[in-house]
Design a protein around this ligand. Structure first.
Ligand code: G6P
Length: 466
């Protein structure tokens, strides 16, 4: 048991931290700050709260920053060896755990639980242990620790052994697999995952559905959830930030450029995703092609604006998926395009200002994941839409629990059904579209990131008894 007590009263642990570094040509380090729910959440508790964010160095720039002792107050970056990190992050978290919770394994994408997998699992344990030890060293007596996501499922159990005095929470930003699917994992690994999580005092999930799936897995494999409490916190969109950011000059510029790409008087079906298999971008394109095939009246009158930003490109399966998206978009353009109409406008270079521009001018937003923890695009579009936007939403996205009533719901596997839903969405009357958008925006902003974070913290420290 660690005898030292650190100074931090509130600790957050996640693989990706709030800042990353790049080495410039002149050798200097450039710091880039990220956004998201945790960043707003931590800023909500204020600079005097004694908060510390423990994260992993992710690239050469981050490692160099750690070596040079460069860092920000309130952030501790762990320099975990690159091979260990890659095994844990690419080999286990993003290949195995992500695939299980999103139920992505299907022939020919099959799980491979061989000796190499076991070697990577050992790295995953080492990587989790590095976090647990850093947290144990930094946390003050009785501090609250909020561990994030599938990268760090073993941390609560490990930390509990090192520091029984701490209040430990864990939050899952992904779905959780039902027992029939979760049992695909080798028995000892499935048990290690669940027992690791149950080392926490309290576990948070984005929706009731994922929380229930976790409980069902515990009942099936480890005899229940024991004393660990379970709560649901449906992260919402950050309305204040989005409304302000979406009206800055760079967004206005990109709106002008996008309007020119779409063409005068045409409707826009917009999607914005990281290119992950769970986002179902290929079936979205197939559904759009089906719409053009079945309903020729839409040809030349609609454009599918698809932003598919590369993600986790160290993994071949993610790279192949990006290539497939590009191939299919080009094929649809070849098949249906005319001299002055490009049916699919695909962009793969990440540009946040352009994403906001697309949200503002979208007539229809297509959000059709196979499975998704929440999906914030579905929540952000209605908040900043200029003239109202119809939302085509997968029933398998966590956001559907809150937005389903005012969206056009789709089964993400059903290409013809999705094509019909796109048609319905395109033909909603302007008044109906505006009404629905208003209700969607209200539901989407019910739990802003700062409140989402504070709710978890108070529930963990027992102040609300939850
Ligand atoms: C998505 C998921 C999160 C996850 C994150 C990691 O946003 O919803 O659950 O933590 O991806 O992304 P990264 O780029 O760090 O692999």
């Amino acid at each position: 048991m660690a005898s030292t007590s650190g100074a931090a009263q509130v600790l957050v642990a996640s693989n990706r931290g709030p800042v990353s570094y790049q080495v410039r040509d002149d050798g200097s380090l450039h710091a880039k700050r990220g956004g998201g729910g945790l960043v707003s959440g931590l800023s909500a508790i204020g600079p005097d709260a004694g908060a510390l964010w423990v994260c992993s160095a992710l690239g050469d720039g981050d490692r160099e920053a750690v070596r040079r002792g460069v860092g920000e107050d309130g952030v501790r970056m762990l320099d975990i060896p690159a091979e260990i990190h890659s095994d844990a992050y690419n080999g286990i978290a993003n290949s195995v755990l992500w695939f299980v919770h999103h139920m992505l394994y299907q022939t020919p994408l099959e799980p491979v639980f061989d000796a190499e997998f076991r070697r990577r699992w050992a790295s995953y344990e080492t990587y989790n242990r590095a976090f647990a030890e850093a947290l144990a060293a930094e946390a003050a007596e009785g501090a609250a620790v909020l561990v994030q996501d599938y990268h760090l499922v073993l941390v609560p159990g490990m930390l509990r052994e090192l520091r029984p005095d701490l209040r430990i929470g864990h939050f899952s930003h992904t779905p959780w697999a039902p027992p029939e699917y979760f049992r695909m994992l080798p028995d000892d690994i499935a048990e290690a995952v669940l027992r690791g999580m149950l080392g926490a005092d309290r576990l948070g999930f984005l929706t009731r559905r994922w929380a229930d799936a976790f409980t069902a897995c515990c009942e099936a494999f480890v005899g229940g959830t024991g004393d660990t409490r379970i709560g649901v916190h449906g992260l919402g969109a950050d309305a204040d930030f989005l409304r302000r950011r979406a009206h800055e000059a760079d967004v206005e510029e990109r709106m002008t450029a996008l309007r020119a790409e779409i063409g005068e008087g045409r409707r826009a079906i917009v999607r914005v995703d990281r290119t992950e298999l769970s986002k179902n971008i290929v079936r979205g394109l197939l559904a759009y092609r089906q719409l053009l095939a079945d309903r020729p009246e839409w040809r030349e009158r609609v454009v599918h604006v698809a932003f598919a930003y590369p993600s986790r490109q160290d993994l071949a399966v993610y790279r192949d998926y990006t290539a497939e998206v590009q191939r299919l978009a080009a094929q649809i353009n070849d098949e249906y395009g005319t001299a002055d109409w490009t049916p699919v406008v695909l962009h793969v270079k990440d540009d946040f200002a352009r994403s906001l521009a697309a949200y503002r001018l979208a007539d229809v937003a297509l959000v059709n994941p196979i499975r998704d923890g929440m999906n914030l695009v579905a929540k952000e579009v209605p908040v900043i839409s200029d003239e109202g936007c119809a939302l085509v939403l997968s029933r398998e996205a966590g956001a559907h629990e809150e937005l389903g009533e005012d969206a056009v719901t789709v089964n993400p596997y059903d290409i013809v059904g999705t094509a019909d839903a796109l048609h319905r969405a395109l033909t909603l009357s302007p008044a109906e579209r505006a009404d629905r958008t208003k209700r969607l925006a209200a539901a989407a902003t019910a739990l802003p990131p700062a409140q989402w974070f504070l709710d978890q913290l108070t529930a963990l420290t027992g102040q609300d008894g939850g």
